[in-house]
Design a protein around this ligand. Structure first.
Ligand code: HEC
Length: 157
């Protein structure tokens, strides 16, 4: 019964997302740190997610070791090893962790990849004015979905 209404809600939201585009980072709904709804309604591309893990704004392996990415150098040990992440977490939880890890892990040093508010902007401190252009999240909504799709491949059991 609960599942059915969730599925109905998911369907409605997917239709809404297709029309309206991804939610603004501040509009994403977290439940116990998890984000049940796809941010885009478009299935993530695990291959693209894999490459985001390794470069640019993602650069997850600066802090995380992942055996599936053992071909890449410089794995950090600040965060936990991500092998088996899909056994430990649901897709919704992984989406929440990647979008804004600080909801799941308060005080975490893991960056919030889909968040634009709550930062202290250096410019503001001097001018008291909002930054001239809105901040962009570190990753786009679809890049979040791609990374989540890659994380969902990290199963050991
Ligand atoms: C600056 C370091 C840092 C970066 C960069 C980082 N993380 Fe993390 N991550 C952490 C830490 C630390 C934790 C442990 C949670 C906490 O803070 O208590 C964590 C936790 C996690 C977890 C839960 C781990 C588990 O299985 O228990 C996942 C999944 C994760 N990170 C994925 C990612 C992904 C994907 C990226 C890149 C998009 C990323 N992280 C980038 C530091 C980082």
């Amino acid at each position: 019964m609960k599942t059915t209404s969730l599925l109905v809600a998911a369907g409605v939201c997917l239709a809404g997302a297709a029309l309206a585009g991804p939610p603004a980072p501040s509009d994403v709904v977290y439940e116990d740190g998890a984000v049940a709804m796809s941010l885009t309604g478009v299935p993530g591309d695990p291959e693209n997610g894999r490459s985001i893990m390794n470069k640019g704004a993602g650069n997850c392996i600066a802090c995380h070791e992942v055996t599936a990415l053992a071909d890449l150098p410089f794995h950090g040990e600040i965060g936990p090893m991500l092998d088996g992440a899909a056994d430990r977490w649901t897709e919704a939880e992984l989406r929440g962790i990647v979008a804004n890890a600080k909801v799941m892990f308060p005080e975490s040093m893991m960056p919030s990849f889909y968040r634009t508010d709550g930062y202290i902007r250096p410019g503001d401190a001097y001018t008291g004015k909002a930054a001239p252009t809105p901040l962009e999240p570190l990753l786009t909504a679809q890049e979040i979905e791609d990374v989540v799709a890659f994380l969902m491949t990290l199963k050991e059991e």
